[in-house]
Design a protein around this ligand. Structure first.
Ligand code: AMP
Ligand code: FE
Ligand code: FE
Ligand code: ZN
Length: 283
């Protein structure tokens, strides 16, 4: 058995369902050697886990990360950032806090649209469920609970996704701006799940070339949504553009019940400790 790690996970501080402490415990139970917490647009899950780890003197290596939704060429592009040497600066934390305003405005309009559809849903309910970072998965779980839909997926497909009838875009920073902020704060910017860019390898290649030019330094090769063909393609792009290879399950707990911590969907993810060592060496 190899030493396995997971570098892409979410806690209840964003849209996952496990608390930072529960996530640490699960990582420990399944024997992970390293875990990165990469909540959407917040560092508070990592912060809480880091405080606990100091108290428990656990063997598990905790990596500081974040996943930022950005805008690039009219696409929503997720950017991961890893802080391997030192903690993110206060300036970076302040910038991350500014990302919340756009989310709050979007949530307000989304509640309005859903109410206009005749659904009983209020901002208070969403904020109560989303706590630190209310987002679409929280809307989805309310719609499931009230039997308007039968699954989170159906809520996204029918109402919340870009093609859904109630979709409201959210103000997102440009990819370039996010890369600059991450780099200035000492972080490693990594393109998350490139499979979402396009199914067309040519389009992904052009995108990756552009991302490299604006300072993206790593690419998520391993991910629960990547099939073996995707993995080979992204590995070859990493090689071609001298990008550092990263990977993780994108674990969200019950928000995405088919994805397991460390191993992804039906064990389609297996990331060895050497991936983290290589990141440290090259970052
Ligand atoms: P938000 O940041 O509030 O716009 O919500 C985005 C989050 O919703 C993503 O990070 C995913 O966790 C989740 N999400 C987005 N699209 C889907 C989808 N089609 N199915 C399930 N979850 C989704
Ligand atoms: Fe998410
Ligand atoms: Fe993502
Ligand atoms: Zn994610």
């Amino acid at each position: 058995m190899h030493d396995l790690i997971d570098l892409h996970t979410h806690t209840s501080e964003s849209d996952g369902t496990l608390s930072p402490i529960a996530l640490l415990e699960l990582a420990h139970v399944i024997g992970l050697k390293a875990l990165a917490i990469t909540d959407h647009d917040t560092l508070s899950g990592y912060d809480e886990a880091a405080r606990t780890l100091v108290r428990q003197r656990c063997e598990l290596e905790l990596v500081c990360g974040i996943e930022i939704s950005t805008r690039c060429k009219n696409r929503s592009v997720h950017l991961l950032a890893y802080f391997l040497r030192e903690a993110p600066t206060q300036a970076f934390r302040k910038w991350v806090d500014t990302l919340r305003a756009g989310r709050q405005d979007r949530n307000q309009s989304l509640v309005g649209k859903l109410q206009a559809m005749g659904f009983e849903i209020t901002m208070e309910e969403v904020n109560q469920r989303g706590k630190n970072l209310p987002g679409r998965p929280h809307f989805a779980s309310i719609l499931v609970e009230k039997h308007y839909v039968t699954s989170i997926q159906e809520a996204f497909d029918r109402y919340l996704d870009e093609s859904g009838s109630c979709y409201v875009p959210r103000a997102e920073p440009l990819l370039e701006e996010a890369v600059e902020q991450i780099t200035a704060a000492g972080g490693l910017p990594a393109l998350a799940h490139p499979v979402r860019i396009s199914q067309d390898p040519q389009v992904v290649e052009e995108f990756v070339r552009g991302a490299r030019e604006v300072g993206v330094r790593a690419i998520e090769v391993y991910h629960s949504d990547h099939c073996p063909t995707d993995v080979s393609l992204y590995r070859s792009l990493a090689h071609r553009f001298s990008l550092i290879v990263v990977g993780g399950s994108d674990f969200h707990g019950e928000t995405k019940p088919n994805i397991q911590l460390g191993t992804g969907r039906g064990r389609n993810v297996q990331i060895e400790f050497s991936v983290l060592e290589d990141m440290r060496l090259r970052a």
